[in-house]
Design a protein around this ligand. Structure first.
Ligand code: GDD
Ligand code: MG
Length: 351
């Protein structure tokens, strides 16, 4: 059993952050996003993984390499132009063996993957889909099942009149690899609009595993912030690097000056510098080498590597990319997303 991680989307809804860092490697608190998926896969003993990439492959390679450093074997199936979710899996075929786990590269979940694989094996299904209930299925792939837990219908991005259930495709599949050969090679093809409806039409057994635990698609700024709140708040448990302190986490290589205020929950990463009179938290993440000057306030925000927040500045509900300079007494408010290298001059106000 091996895995394919679909990591080829451009991450348009997370621009400008994803202009310089593809979504699979955006930091989630203290590690690149896909690390969480690799951890989940190792729970079923899968350490050989194909990253299916169509966008900035070198930047992903720079982070994960061949996987040896983290005890994995990582292959890269790179598309010249995006092949779609199905075409991308088909493109990875030469790396696979009898059974394949496919992950959308932007979902974070604590699904019981061993139980999903077990269900797939025991049921004899050709494909088993993880489903999860959401309040608004319209933005996802709606999946109808029968009382026996078999998939009956798959409608990608349903119209309001087509919403008959709240269970959606969670973007995690176990497939008999032989079924992947049904997909056309070398052409753009959707696993959601083409492959799954096709299997159902053929009368193949497509199984469902409903997951009612944690699940989120990190594809929008609001969801990306939410993931951080969930990890800091313990709703998605991650053993963060660093030690617990005042209800948050501080990395051993961070410097918190005497007189700086930390308000739980928070994460302060390596090389960060929080000056006396600054306040960090609640729900603040400083990934690495972030400087927070005296009197600055950072709450409900994620701040990436090498950014500095000037004296008396305020960040509230903001996503701030790498190497951003926020001037003195500037205010960056809810909904702001600042791309790499942005300079905010002293006393500016945004959002
Ligand atoms: N390699 C490659 N090539 N990967 C791709 C391509 C491509 O052409 N297109 C999309 N992907 C990757 C994305 O990077 C993402 O990780 C995953 O495939 C799904 O694409 P999204 O663009 O994020 O789709 P979505 O979120 O609108 O919908 C999908 O995910 C939902 C769950 O989050 C669908 O699978 C829905 O059915 C599902 O409910
Ligand atoms: Mg998505």
């Amino acid at each position: 059993m091996k895995a394919v991680i679909l990591a080829g989307g451009e991450g348009t809804r997370l621009r400008p952050l994803t202009l310089t860092l593809p979504k699979p490697v955006v930091p989630v608190v203290d590690r690149p996003f896909l690390t969480h998926q690799l951890d989940l896969l190792s729970r079923v003993g899968v350490t050989e993984v194909v990253f299916s990439i169509a966008y900035q492959p070198d930047r992903v390679r720079r982070v994960f390499g061949d996987g040896e450093a983290i005890g994995r074997r990582i292959h890269y199936a790179v598309e010249e132009s995006p092949l779609g979710t199905g075409g991308a899996v088909r493109n990875a075929l030469s790396f696979l063996d009898d059974t394949t786990i496919v992950f959308n590269g932007d979902v974070l979940t604590d699904v019981d993957l061993p139980a999903v694989v077990e269900r797939h094996r025991a049921s004899g299904a050709r494909a088993t889909l993880v489903l999860t209930p959401v309040p608004n299925p319209a933005a996802y792939g709606l999946v109808e099942t029968d009382p026996q837990g078999r998939v009956r219908r798959f409608i990608e991005k349903p119209q309001p009149s087509q919403i008959t259930t709240d269970t959606i495709n969670a973007g995690i599949y176990v497939l008999d690899t032989s079924s992947i050969e049904l997909m056309p090679a070398g052409t753009n093809y959707s696993i959601e609009r083409g492959f799954f409806p096709g299997l159902l039409e053929r009368g193949d057994h497509v199984g469902a595993f409903v997951h009612r635990g944690y699940w989120i698609d990190i594809g929008t700024p609001e969801k990306y912030l939410q993931v951080h709140r969930d990890i800091l708040g313990g709703r998605f448990p991650v053993a963060l690097h660093g030690s617990a302190r005042e209800g948050g986490w501080v990395h051993a290589e961070a410097r918190i000056e005497e007189g700086a205020e930390l308000v739980a929950p928070f994460y302060v990463g390596p090389g960060c510098d929080v000056r006396a009179g600054a306040r960090v938290g609640p729900d603040a993440v400083l990934t690495r080498a972030v400087a927070i000057e005296a009197g600055a306030r950072v709450a409900d925000s994620v701040v990436w590597d090498g950014t500095s927040v000037g004296e008396g500045a305020t960040l509230q509900g903001a996503l701030v990319g790498t190497s951003v300079r926020i001037g003195r007494n500037a205010t960056v408010g809810a909904g702001a997303v600042l791309g790499e290298g942005t300079q905010i001059t002293d006393f500016s106000r945004t959002a």
